[in-house]
Design a protein around this ligand. Sequence first.
Ligand code: ADP
Length: 276
Amino acid sequence: MPYSVLVEPGAKVDLSSIDPNFDAGLEKDAAKKLTKALGEEMAELQELLFATGQNGLLLVFQGPDTAGKDGAINQILEFVNVQSTKVYPFKVPTSIELAHDFLWRVHQRTPAKGEIAIFNRSHYEDVLVVRVHELIPEVEWRSRYKRINEFEKLLADSGTIILKFMLHITPEEQEERLLAREKDPRKAWKLSVNDWKERENWQKYQTAFEDALHHCSAEHAPWHVIPANKKWFRDLAVSEAIVSALRPYKESWMAHLAEVGVKAKAELAEYRLGRK
Ligand code: ADP
């Protein structure tokens, strides 16, 4: 398999058949080198995305607690120009947010043309945690798959390139990470009883994830399941998916810039002539 599992539109996903320890037979050092090279390409492609201002890039990160959303996002931030990149964490909705439709808070944070927006959790919480904890009736959260699809189609039709990552870990790996937090004084602040309580819902979350992946993977907004037990492989798989999604735009972005460049040079030449 390539580095991640791309969910084909409409395909059913069985998360238990995807190995979170998968590493494509790579050693850590080799994977890191590959990631670095992809990072350089990502930086180049982002410059084109910014300069042309024709597309935005939306990266959505979901996964169980401790799956590595923060780590994966930090890795991307090492590669891209942060001046045109924004990261948005989505927490328990505020009362104002709850007084609106569930996409309201998300829509305000989608990327403008030329920008990258990274979602740490997202509108998918509204079919994950909301479903697992039965915060609203089933008929309501079920209707959200269609709403999410329509919303993402609107974004895509407006030039947004969308990629969604489900960071896939084992419950054993999660337990290790939670225990490691307890031992590390610099990480203990992250401890929360809730993370342990949520482990009891592990299977319910997996099922909710499988449904979200099944209902909401589209050509224009694909889900990638990222084997994430090994952090260095997770970073490689995410980088590879981003670069592969942006590469096809390169030629048309370059052509656009060349056109803009010709126009700008002509204007400059005219200005210089006028000053003689
Ligand atoms: P982190 O993302 O680092 O785990 P927190 O520990 O503050 O940050 O967790 C954010 C919490 O907000 C999660 O438990 C998540 O399920 C919850 N959350 C996010 N979006 C929603 C939502 N729409 N409805 C209910 N809870 C949500």
